[in-house]
Design a protein around this ligand. Structure first.
Ligand code: A3P
Length: 297
């Protein structure tokens, strides 16, 4: 199955106050009517925050022993992307409906207000990974360059303010709205765990323990070692089932999906002037927020 030329580089439009492309809105009714289950685990992230990493860790935690899954099923089929609907590719909602595993691991990039209501009704567990805005902007920029079903990346250096755009006017809307929306949900919905990409990089073992505690799992230390090794950046980068190399719409020669996996790479991309403009915009938009990020460790 190939995606046609005319389906590439979709345009961005406003959808209920969130910038989106048709690939995440066309199946809206079906997605909104998705029937969640109490044991479902929803992985809810802004794009480029570490979705694939946490997805793979969760998959290993639950299904490590299923060897054919490890060798022939790519991560985007193990963990369906609920709202995705791209011509000539299976819809995420349909893949999710077909999952026979328990728990079902399901990925979404929706802002919190778009999550189908049955997830809340069923009190499904949700895991949110958040990443600092500057590294995320760099990662998202390179992703838009290499992924032909995303809008054009534009030019990073076209104006001093352009990195600000990369976390505001992009698919799935403003990073600010997204992180604040999910963060606020934590106070009213107890089945939500928030992890930070920077913490995962700093001490993956500690974060894995947090995750297991939240899920009520107590894997052996051998199993935890195996998971941490398989989910290490270098191993995921080489792993065809985790590195998206099997998806033709991504041109990994332009930029690999597993690009750097670092905290602080923004320093190699932002000029001093861009960083200042970004910080000012950030202060303004985050002044009423209690969520704190680290952009270096
Ligand atoms: P970079 O572009 O900064 O390298 P998502 O899965 O949400 O799209 O996020 C992709 C980002 O997570 C990429 O960031 C990718 O390299 C990084 N990533 C994926 N697996 C990782 C791992 N095991 N360790 C660290 N970073 C990882």
């Amino acid at each position: 199955t190939r995606t046609m030329e005319s389906d590439l580089r979709p345009t961005l439009f406003d959808f209920h106050g969130v910038s989106m492309t048709k690939y995440f809105t066309e199946n809206w009714e079906n997605v909104q009517n998705f029937q969640a289950r109490p044991d479902d685990i929803l992985i809810a992230t802004y794009p480029k925050a570490g979705t694939t990493w946490i997805s793979y860790i969760l998959d290993l935690l639950y299904f490590e022993q299923k060897s054919e899954r490890e060798t022939i099923v790519p991560i985007y089929e193990r963990v369906p992307f609920l709202e995705i609907s791209i011509p000539s590719q299976p819809k995420g909602k349909d893949l999710a409906d077909k999952l026979t595993t328990s728990p079902r691991l399901i990925k979404t990039h929706f802002p919190v207000q778009f999550v189908p209501k049955s997830f809340w009704e069923q009190k499904s567990r949700m895991i949110c990974v958040m990443r600092n805005a500057k590294d995320l902007a760099v990662s998202y920029f390179h992703f838009n360059r290499m992924n032909h079903v995303q809008p054009e990346a534009g030019d990073w250096s076209v104006s001093h303010g352009s990195p600000c755009t990369v976390v505001s006017t992009v698919v799935f809307g403003s990073w600010y709205d997204h992180v604040n929306g999910w963060w606020e949900k934590k106070s009213t919905y107890s089945n939500l765990l928030v992890l930070f990409y920077e913490d995962l990089v700093e001490d993956p073992g500690r974060e894995l323990d947090k995750l297991c505690h939240f899920l009520g799992l107590s894997p052996s230390s051998e199993k935890k070692e195996r998971i941490l090794s398989s989910a290490h950046f270098d191993n995921m980068k080489q792993n065809k089932m985790a590195n998206y190399s099997t998806l033709p719409v991504m041109d990994q020669k332009v930029s690999p999906f597993m690009r750097k996996g670092k905290v602080g790479d923004w320093k190699n991309h932002f000029t001093v002037a861009q960083s200042e403009v970004f910080d000012e915009d950030y202060e303004r938009k985050m002044k009423n927020s209690s969520v704190k990020f680290r952009d270096e460790i």
